[in-house]
Design a protein around this ligand. Structure first.
Ligand code: TXA
Ligand code: MG
Length: 320
């Protein structure tokens, strides 16, 4: 198992030796390596069992620092970064040569984000290289929102997880790209579309379910537990699958006829942001119960609800 602790110096030493470290962010935990070091970055793909065509997000402590490795920052990006960084927003820029092709899967763009977590910001401020970090889960599985989640799945492959507690947002960052004057959403996430639009006007959604190599963030089957999951009207789905051993994930209500032990309620008060922080924990907990089927429902499709519903759809798509 990896050691779990809050020691920045241990993390620094490992990163300087081309090793990986689990790092906390406000969205999900990352599996970090020196983004300028191809040997270290190659280890990320190996440990996650991640296909090399799926590029990584590069983390840094502010936009000024990002200028050493990105080119041609659009005016709208300055505006977005000023308002949302540090925070759950990833921006796609043209990359400079110093970013290895392995990080971007050969694309000439690089995804960049300033995470809003005190420990990781402290770490980022004390190094002169950015950190490439995908979510710290095996490829295709549910993202980790605690240090224990990281250790459960990758603990035998890495040495250290920097423990920053439970992720406060709980769902991955929103990814935006720039196409001329147009701003395109490649992944719905922790930064709300409504807030982005109130800052820069209308943005274009390109987050369809199909696997699209043009927008690699959008691989269809993703974020999925091992237990099959179906999404819709919970009571109807339970009736339809009544011969099965079922667990439920509901937005706010208790479900009649299902043992409370097999139920996960995202937010008893019906608060969508709370539901986001608990979604991945719910998927993991039910996945550990040896159920035949997880039945869930969509949450209201506003704010972080859009990102939650996107993750549920992708989890369901894995089995179809
Ligand atoms: O919240 C987050 O973004 C977390 C934390 C650790 O920062 N990271 C994360 O990384 O979710 P990952 O690797 O699980 O997802 C990053 C997504 C990938 O699906 C990838 O396809 C997309 O970002 N991506 C990376 N670079 C890209 C690029 N240049 N163009 C389009 N999509 C890109
Ligand atoms: Mg991921």
């Amino acid at each position: 198992m990896a050691k779990i602790g809050t020691d920045i110096n241990i993390s620094l030493k490992l990163l300087n030796r081309s090793e990986l470290v689990g790092i906390p962010t406000e969205t999900v935990y990352g599996l970090a390596a020196n983004a300028f070091d191809p040997v270290a970055v190659a280890k990320i793909f190996k440990v996650k069992d991640r296909p090399s065509f799926d590029p990584l997000i590069v983390h840094t402590s502010n936009l000024e620092k990002a200028k050493s490795f990105v080119d041609k920052i659009p005016e709208k990006a300055y505006k977005l970064a000023r308002k949302f960084w540090p925070g759950p927003l990833t921006l796609i820029f043209n990359k400079k040569e110093i970013i290895p092709d392995l990080v971007t899967s050969g694309l000439d763009t690089v995804a960049v984000r300033v995470p809003n977590h005190p420990l990781t910001l402290q770490l980022l401020k004390s190094i002169d290289f950015p950190l490439a970090a995908p979510s710290a889960n095996p490829f295709g599985y549910v993202s980790p929102t605690s240090a224990a989640h990281v250790n459960e799945q990758l603990g035998d492959k890495i040495k250290y997880v920097l423990d920053g507690g439970i992720c406060s947002v709980g769902i991955e960052s929103t990814i935006l790209g720039f196409d001329g004057d147009e701003v395109v959403v490649y992944r719905l996430g922790g930064c709300k579309v409504e807030e982005i639009e109130s800052l820069i006007g209308e943005i274009t959604l390109k987050v369809n379910l199909s696997s699209n190599p043009e927008a690699p963030g959008m691989l269809e089957s993703h974020y999925a537990p091992l237990t099959p999951i179906v999404i819709g009207n919970i009571n109807e789905l339970i009736k339809k699958h009544k011969h099965q051993n079922i667990g439920t994930i509901s937005f706010k209500d208790e479900i009649n006829g299902i043992d409370p032990e097999f139920q996960f309620i995202l937010s008893k008060k019906g608060v969508i942001d709370e539901a986001a922080t608990r979604l991945f924990t719910g998927l993991r907990e039910l996945d550990a119960l040896n159920l035949q089927l997880i039945v869930s429902e969509y949450v209201p499709d506003v704010g972080l609800g859009r990102a939650i519903n996107d993750r549920l759809k992708r989890a369901e798509a894995k089995r179809n």
